[in-house]
Design a protein around this ligand. Structure first.
Ligand SMILES: Nc1ncnc2c1ncn2[C@@H]1O[C@H](COP(=O)(O)OP(=O)(O)OP(=O)(O)O)[C@@H](O)[C@H]1O
Ligand SMILES: [Mg+2]
Length: 339
């Protein structure tokens, strides 16, 4: 009897399959739209103004997901202005943990939500229609398919450069990090130039290459923005506000300290950085222009090595007591990073 009832029901359902599928699709669509409305009302989203092209403008934009998380501080809304004529590429700099990735992703999310027909987490937004949103974010590898971390990064970049058009939105979060500093910098620069000259896509590009932002001043449609911080006695304070201009530092060691790296490592890192910066200043002042190989050498030659070499070169049979003392003082101040 049970089977008969089941078979009858199945028969009826099959007879009306087309109508049931149609209704299910309609209910699903209604469900999504009702949820858009619900979210918009609950979280104070605004209705974006859609445009055929032109500027991408967001006032008081937020990240739909992160703003809902129980953060220590309140989420700080940020403005954005991209414009194919004058401000096509935006280079975003600022400290680690500053909020660069969040800013990039919230922009992509807002544009996506708008295209889906939703309201967006912002006070106001003008969204030009885009043909695609391209993103290259984070570090991952695909060893099973024969791709190292850097290979994955470059493969994704290659897809973007070959397919992005002047109607695309391109989000690049720190390109070129997975290789040697100068290779990465060179690639990042060439990619920015290509997007600026050839693809002409609206582009957000987060980077720690401060050399890049300096050179970018010479490109007509590139602008620099930075995530603001305040330095205080206790360390850096993240303000999470995106403002015009470029950051000069990344505060990487400061953030590593907050993350709980052993104090010994932090102090040693500071010392190495100080030496590197002194060497860099010397190199640039004597040679006018930076000497890349030499800088890398000073950064990565362990200090102990320099001390060992000085000691080895000292002729103990001939050295005067005062000279020996001076040498000792010099070596010590070198180790302490004060010399
Ligand atoms: N506008 C904001 N308001 C409040 N908190 C924020 C905001 N933006 C980011 N944060 C918080 O800061 C954290 C770090 O942000 P994010 O990952 O964007 O930094 P980042 O600048 O990309 O750092 P890195 O250079 O290390 O990649 C986020 O996980 C979030 O908790
Ligand atoms: Mg980031």
């Amino acid at each position: 009897m049970e089977f008969e009832i089941f078979a009858a029901l199945r028969g009826q359902a099959a007879a009306h399959a087309a109508a049931i599928r149609r209704d299910a699709a309609a209910v699903a669509e209604l469900d999504v739209l009702a949820n858009f409305a619900h979210l918009a009302a609950e979280n104070h989203y605004c209705r974006p103004e859609m445009a055929a092209g032109g500027a991408l403008e967001i006032r008081g934009g937020r990240h739909a997901v992160i703003e809902r998380l129980p953060l220590d501080d309140r989420f700080v809304p940020n403005d954005l202005h991209l414009d194919p004529e004058q401000r096509q590429v935006l280079l975003v700099t600022g400290p680690n943990m500053g909020g660069k990735s969040t800013y990039l992703r919230q922009t992509a999310l807002i544009v996506l939500l708008a295209h889906m027909g939703g309201f967006v987490p912002a006070d106001a937004a003008r969204i030009p229609l885009v043909d695609r949103i391209f993103t290259r974010i984070g570090a991952s590898d695909n060893l099973a398919r024969g791709r190292s971390t850097f290979m994955v990064e470059m493969t994704e970049a290659a897809v973007i450069l070959s397919q992005a058009t002047e109607r695309s939105l391109v989000i690049l979060d720190e390109i070129g990090r997975g290789t040697a500093t100068y290779d990465g910098l060179a690639l990042a620069w060439a990619i920015v130039e290509y997007l600026h000259e050839r693809s002409r896509s609206l582009t957000l590009f987060a980077t720690h290459y401060h050399e890049l932002t300096e050179r970018a001043r010479h490109l007509a449609r590139v602008a620099n923005v930075q995530v603001a911080v305040r330095e205080s006695a206790e360390g850096v304070v993240f303000l999470r506000k995106v403002i015009e201009g470029e950051a000069s530092r990344s505060y990487g060691i400061e953030v590593a300290r907050l993350a709980g790296l052993p104090r010994e490592v932090i102090e040693r890192a500071r010392e190495v950085l100080r030496q590197h910066e002194r060497a860099e200043a010397r190199t640039t002042s004597t040679l006018e222009g930076s000497e890349a190989p030499q800088m890398q050498l000073t950064l990565f030659t362990p200090l102990a090595q320099q001390v060992v070499e000085r000691l080895r070169a000292a002729d103990l049979d001939r050295i005067l007591p005062l000279e020996a003392l001076n040498l000792l003082a010099e070596l010590q101040s070198g180790i302490r990073g004060e010399g």
